[in-house]
Ligand binder design. Structure first.
Ligand SMILES: [Fe+2]
Length: 295
């Protein structure tokens, strides 16, 4: 056995993705896994912030069985990119249909963020299953917000612990570089601005994450706008230093899931004229973020 492999307390064989962050689970075939094994995989997910399982062959029903082990699947906003009869499976792709129309979302996840941060209850986890991968580029980057928080000086933790961030989908759409779209009255109604803690407590074990991001962040309560956004920019730059970031290089058959309660993520570009990509994305519903003050 490779020295870096280790048995978790749940007796899965894992290898960390980066430092103490993330877990590649090396001895599980998901479509044939029994319920007891899936329960161990879910436990590993809650413990490690992200999990990776390679060389999987997942039909849509396999994806649904797996995602249901984590909780209730979340629907996606752009239903036209979901698999027929599978509204919880969303296609990320640069491919076009016979009429030249996109069959999936392209360049949608560029920029450091956490999914559905503009919702009262942001999605708990995001799963991507790689169907077709580019030969190069298109890495997914995950930043470990728990390690970043733990490394802060105690006085900085005390300063940040009570802060609240104003998130806004409308602000995000108005300022995004890719895929900006029309802000309708319906969209405004369905997505009122929300206030979330800057320091988010993980419900599994109470670990704290420095839960700042870009895009939907409009303001920090009680601060001047300039001061607030300068602090957000500074903290995002801090969290996304290479020492906190795992860069996932995709292989066909990869299942990667990350915990949106304690990670930031971003897609990266690839040569979309030269290569094709297809990934299936699934989400699990989350809960209202827990703040330090709730403890
Ligand atoms: Fe995302």
């Amino acid at each position: 056995m490779n020295k870096s492999l280790a048995k978790t307390s749940e007796e899965l064989t894992i290898e960390h993705l980066k430092g103490d962050f993330g877990a590649q689970i090396v001895d599980v075939d998901l479509p044939s896994a029994d319920q007891e094994t899936l329960t161990k995989v879910v436990a590993a997910f809650h413990q490690h912030g992200a999990i990776l399982l390679r060389n999987q062959t997942m039909e849509p029903d396999d994806l649904m069985r797996f995602i249901n082990a984590f909780g209730e699947p979340e629907l996606h906003t752009q239903t036209k990119f979901c698999l027929p009869n599978y509204p919880h499976i969303f296609k990320i792709s640069n491919m076009l249909d016979e009429n030249g129309e996109p069959i999936g979302a392209h360049n949608d996840g560029l920029g450091w963020h956490t999914d559905y941060s503009y919702k009262e209850e942001p999605v708990m986890c995001t799963m991507l299953y790689a169907v077709t991968v580019p030969d190069e580029g298109g890495d997914t980057l995950l930043a470990d917000q728990v390690a970043a928080y733990e490394d802060l000086p105690e006085e900085q933790k005390a300063r940040l612990d009570p802060l609240k961030i104003h998130h806004s989908l409308v602000h995000f759409i108005q300022n995004r570089e890719f895929n900006s779209y029309e802000i309708t009255d319906e969209l405004r109604r369905e997505n009122p601005d929300v206030i979330h803690p800057m320091i988010r407590v993980h419900p599994a074990d109470g670990r704290k994450a420095l839960w700042v991001s870009t895009g939907t962040v409009k303001h920090i309560l009680g601060m001047e706008d300039d001061e607030a956004m300068a602090l957000v920019d500074e903290l995002v730059e801090y969290i996304t230093q290479p020492k906190y970031v795992y860069a996932h290089k995709w292989q066909k058959g990869d299942v990667l899931m990350w915990d949106n309660r304690c990670t930031l993520h971003t897609g990266t570009v690839y040569d979309d004229k030269k290569y094709q990509r297809m990934a299936h994305r699934l989400w699990v519903k989350g809960e209202k973020p827990i703040s330090v003050g709730d403890l």
